[in-house]
Design a protein around this ligand. Sequence first.
Ligand SMILES: *[C@@H]1O[C@H](CO)[C@@H](O)[C@H](O)[C@H]1NC(C)=O
Length: 158
Amino acid sequence: MKLHSTRTQLWIFVIIQSVTCQTTVIPGFVGGQVVLPCVYKDPVPQKVFWRVDDVNPVFDIIDWKPSTASQISKYKDRVSSFPSEYSKGNFSLLLKDLRLDDAKLYECKIIDSNQPVVVQLRVSVKDEQKTTTPPPSGAAASSQRLSVFLLFAVSLLI
Ligand SMILES: *[C@@H]1O[C@H](CO)[C@@H](O)[C@H](O)[C@H]1NC(C)=O
């Protein structure tokens, strides 16, 4: 019984480790836009599925054609890709009109590869949206916040 649970914990550790190795954090702002990077070219796939929360469809590329047929309504009219880049293996996604609840883990699933490219999107609120009258020290405060964020991003990479 005890041995069994230790083995389970080891498995969980291995799975988390293999996912976090590939994660890229993309910062964004409410109302702004971000490009979620996904490049894969050995070989260049025909099918790429963008998913959020593991299973929810955000965008599909099937036989190098973009498709929003299965897309969940939350992302309607807010995502696009770059078809002229497909042949270079670039299946990056443009997500615009960012909302706070867009901060999630996005996966670019290369069909025929068991190693999805995982993109973690982090959305933060701009200063102007929090205060109606920004204080004169606003610029200093926001650059301080940026450096804290960069420090955090770097610490994730190490
Ligand atoms: C993929 O295409 C997008 C849109 O043109 C571009 O911003 C990005 O730099 C490209 N990525 C690579 C690795 O070429």
